[in-house]
Design a protein around this ligand. Structure first.
Ligand code: SAH
Length: 336
């Protein structure tokens, strides 16, 4: 068993099975605390690690919105769960195209992993770090980006046993973790996610600004069990080796949108990542980046844009949702 596995097994032996939410939160915290899991040699690859264009496009999205909002003199630029800091480094480079915007922003990272904070400090040394959004200073508009952050926040599961919905829990049987009780149907909720979305929207409603959430999931709850583990780019058993695999679950964007509206923010329609990036001109960026490059480098850039935008790659599974202050202009990329 892993160190976290031993700790959870001892707790279960003493007090009984734990909820899927508790298990997931512990696994995610232990997993990220001590490692950088991104890229080819790691467990999975995220959009900013595929291409610099991803962060650049988000930087231009923000600069445009800030410009149309009347160029507020000071903005807190917040990233939730920044991973290696790659998205922010690319975003800041693109933001320099509008020097007044680059001048107005202060970067805040909300990150709980010590290992990833160190990686982020190498790429964005001038950032300030926080454990929670609540610690980001108040009183200035916020521009927030969260890529594959909500999918890492814990879900709860319920299982239907003889027609009655019960909380699905995790126990131990002969030295292995098992789900309990057994039933014929599973459904998911994610109070930790809706609370986070509500708190984020509440801050935007109070201070002004906007948030851009990008994640994999649907407009509604997952059909059944969506808890998944990834190790070395392949599916793994979520109950094997707690804390050693990446655990995520589908994001229910309808639930996040509802929480944000209830907290007083304006919510965009849900966009697909592919059409969103194309609407913001990623093809023009490909064109510019490719100029003067050799065929191999051009080929790599063309491959990256396909991976980010094509429906059979990340273009449809990944969705984009924006929250804005009701006085702020409509964000670009969400259609008419
Ligand atoms: N946005 C990055 C990383 C996504 S992985 C990218 O796209 O590459 C999830 C990130 O969220 C990691 O940085 C992880 O350490 C962080 N994280 C997970 N749970 C968190 C929590 N509750 N509070 C703050 N950060 C968290």
């Amino acid at each position: 068993m892993t160190p976290l596995g031993r700790r959870l097994a001892a707790e279960i032996a003493e007090r009984g099975p734990i909820g899927v939410d508790r298990y997931m939160a512990e696994c995610v915290a232990a997993y990220y605390a001590g490692r950088d899991p991104f890229g080819r040699g790691g467990d999975f690859t995220t959009a900013p690690e595929i291409s610099q264009m991803f962060g650049e496009i988000i930087g231009l999205w923000m600069a445009d919105l800030w410009d149309r909002a009347g160029r507020p003199a000071r903005v807190n630029l917040v990233e939730l769960g920044p991973g290696r800091g790659t998205l922010m480094a690319d975003l800041l480079r693109a933001a320099r195209a509008l020097p007044a915007f680059a001048e107005a922003i202060r970067v805040h990272f909300v990150e709980t992993s010590p290992a990833l904070r160190a990686a982020q400090a190498e790429r964005v040394p001038a950032a300030a770090w926080h454990d929670d959004l609540a610690e980001v200073p108040q009183g200035a508009p916020l521009l927030v980006v969260a890529n594959e952050f909500f999918d890492a926040l814990p879900i709860r599961q319920e299982v239907r046993v003889d027609g009655v919905w019960q909380q699905r829990r995790i126990g131990v049987s002969t030295d292995a973790f098992v789900f309990t009780p057994e039933g014929d149907e599973i459904r998911e909720t994610a109070p930790a996610r809706t609370e986070y979305a509500g708190a984020l929207a509440f801050r935007i409603a109070a201070d002004g600004g906007a948030a851009l959430l990008i994640d994999y999931g649907y407009e509604g709850p997952a059909e059944g069990d969506s808890l998944q583990a990834l190790a070395a780019h392949a599916a793994a058993d979520p109950l094997a080796a707690p804390g050693e695999h990446d655990l995520t679950a589908h994001v229910d964007f309808a639930a996040l949108a509802e929480a944000a509206r209830a907290a007083g923010a304006q919510v965009s329609p849900l966009a697909l990542q592919g059409p969103f990036l194309l609407a913001l001109g990623i093809e023009a960026r490909v064109e510019r980046l490719s100029r003067g490059l050799d065929p191999e480098a051009r080929h790599a850039i063309a491959g990256a844009i396909r991976r980010l935008t094509l429906p059979q790659a990340m273009g449809s599974l990944f969705k984009v949702l924006a929250f804005t202050h009701t006085d702020w202009p409509e964000p670009a990329g969400f259609g008419a």
